[in-house]
Ligand binder design. Structure first.
Ligand SMILES: [Zn+2]
Ligand SMILES: [Zn+2]
Length: 572
């Protein structure tokens, strides 16, 4: 047993005791023991074997006995008893931001609620607000917490799951007799968060292939092992389904399992209108399969061109495709620069030289070095004197470096009153000023919108960083009227960022599409604080494609000279 598992049981015991309203000292003892075990650098099992449990600070004879019991039986009798008294699902409630043991206890005792769905329903019916000590504000917070909790547990950021899926594909290509292999599902559509991994395969040796899948090092648990479908849970907790399909149905299966559901429903309707039937095995006229081998062929018999996976959301792509007016989506290869990277000058870990090397490896020709501004002390904000040193250094490097040019940038904090964190005479000297909100997230919609619009209006600002402020699974967007922000960006000719950091992806696809429709320039920035994070550029391109971006919509597709030209033109 690992330290984490022991700590987990101790913590859950503490939480159940807390919900029960047990003795605070007892609760605290379990809590502390849990924290101690979790932060141990030695294996707790080994310490137990050596009879040294009591030497761990904070672990007395009593707790040592409990730990020995957990190690021996895999659980704790106290914990098992408590679970009979209090439904353990209430422990999940504690993971909802905004809910503590006292509140969980009241909700359970008053209404007997034991599922998140029922809790949500009770909130929507304002039954929770009526409870003593709750009120409407709490109810609203619980609803918000449920949303965040679902985001966190049900769906994972694409940036976390995509590398796992790619590793599986790599391993299967090398270890199993596969002919075709592809990632389908929401990963293929580049959705910002995904629920599971769907992989399709063609092979002549299905059984062998499925065995290889089950034995992959990433697999923790086999849910179902079959000839044509295997479901496993990966060690990271995410479920993966691998299906073997016949080559004649490859395209149909790929389309079917890529989704989205809404897109597939529309496609099915189109087929019906033409007297055809479509499913994961192909497109059929009566009994005869008339298409299925490739996706192109499947779309073609329905009178459609190939629709890129990122567009398959039933957001108008089918109508546009029928008219032959699908956008020419931007490709990763079109991207020449990264619009937002932090260096050692603020809280980044890389030197300018290291950033140049990484950019070169990525095939980029420019990088905007946007370090935090002076007031943002916790993020290593750059004081003005340092800024001049940085500018000089960038000029030196640019004279030397042929392939990659650096752009003297700054990520300037938009202060609570809408003013900027560098004076104008400083901003004037910066070639790419991206302004963003980093404090005062709690302000009301009017004030937040005012701050962003003021920044857009400022003649020395070029773009807005992470415009809505959301962090996937951690922080909801701040209250902001995005329509007004988009309108201001359009009016003043300023750019909006697609922040490509995997937890942000902000703007999201919806606002990207709205920006494209309004003709607002967009710029992808990885917000990298470490050179490895510059790889997130790909995720930014995914968002851009989901937002119907063409090459012309992104400043990243301009050459270094053209970006500088754009920057000069947009500074008055
Ligand atoms: Zn920022
Ligand atoms: Zn940043």
């Amino acid at each position: 047993m690992k330290n984490r598992e022991v700590a987990d049981i101790l913590r859950k015991t503490a939480q159940l005791l807390d919900i029960k309203g047990d003795n605070p000292y007892r609760i605290r003892a379990y809590e502390r023991a849990s924290q101690t075990i979790e932060s141990l650098t030695k294996d707790v099992e080994e310490l137990a074997r050596e009879g040294k449990l009591e030497t761990i600070p904070g672990i007395g004879a009593d707790l040592a006995n409990k730990i020995r019991e957990i190690l021996k039986t895999g659980t704790l009798s106290t914990f098992e008893e408590l679970k009979k008294e209090i439904p353990p699902v209430l422990l999940t409630f504690l993971e909802i931001p905004g809910l503590g043991p006292k509140k969980v206890k009241v909700i359970y005792e008053k209404y007997g609620i034991t599922s998140i769905e029922d809790l949500e329903k009770a909130c929507l019916q304002h039954k929770i607000a009526k409870l003593p000590g709750f009120g409407f504000k709490t109810e609203e917070n619980i609803l918000k917490g449920i949303r965040l909790f679902r985001e966190r547990t049900g769906r994972r950021p694409l940036g976390e799951v995509l590398p796992l899926a790619e590793e599986v594909v790599f391993l299967l290509r090398n270890r199993a007799p596969v002919i075709d292999i592809a990632i389908a599902g929401s990963i293929r559509r580049q959705k910002e968060t995904v629920k599971d991994i769907d992989i399709l395969i063609t092979t002549q040796q299905a059984e062998t292939t499925m065995k290889v899948v089950a034995e992959l090092p990433l697999v923790e648990e086999i849910i179902a092992l079959g000839d044509t479908k295997t479901s496993v849970r990966l060690r990271s907790g995410i479920q993966m389904d691998v299906r073997v399909v016949e080559p004649e149905a490859w395209g149909a299966a790929l389309a079917y399992f890529t989704g989205s559901k809404a897109h597939n429903i529309r496609i099915r309707e189109l087929a019906l209108e033409r007297g055809l039937k479509i499913n994961e095995y192909g497109v059929f006229r009566g009994e005869e399969r008339i298409a299925g081998r490739t996706e192109e062929e499947v779309y073609a018999v329905l009178g459609l061109p190939f629709i890129p996976p990122e567009l398959r959301e039933d957001r108008g792509e089918i109508e546009v495709a029928l008219q032959g007016k699908l956008p020419q989506l931007v490709n990763y290869e079109d991207i020449l620069g990264d619009g937002h990277v932090h260096s050692k000058y603020s809280d980044g870990s890389a030197s300018l030289e290291e950033i140049i090397l990484k950019a070169e490896a990525l095939g980029l020709s420019w990088v905007a070095i946007c370090d935090h501004s002076q007031g943002l002390k916790i993020a290593g904000g750059v004081p003005v004197e340092e800024l001049w040193k940085k500018k000089k250094r960038i000029e030196e490097l640019n004279n030397r470096s042929q392939k990659v040019k650096l752009i003297m940038g700054a990520e300037v904090d938009i202060l609570s009153d809408g003013t900027l964190d560098y004076p104008d005479e400083v901003l004037k000297e910066i070639d790419f000023v991206i302004a963003g909100i980093h404090t005062g997230f709690q302000q009301d919609e009017r004030q937040i919108t005012f701050r962003l619009v003021s920044a857009l209006k400022h003649p020395l600002v070029h773009a807005i960083a992470h415009p809505t402020g959301r962090v996937l699974g951690e922080r909801e967007p701040y209250a902001v009227n995005m329509e007004e922000v988009l309108e201001a960006a359009k009016t003043y000719g300023k750019a909006l960022e697609i922040n490509a950091y995997y937890k942000r992806l902000d703007l999201n696809d919806i606002y990207v599409k709205a920006s494209v429709e309004k003709g607002i320039p967009l710029i992808i920035g990885t917000d990298a604080h470490h050179v490895d994070q510059m790889d997130f550029l790909k995720l930014g391109v995914g968002v851009a494609r989901r937002g119907w971006c063409e090459k012309k919509d992104l400043l990243n597709t301009l050459s270094y000279e053209k970006v500088i030209e754009w920057s000069k033109k947009h500074k008055s």
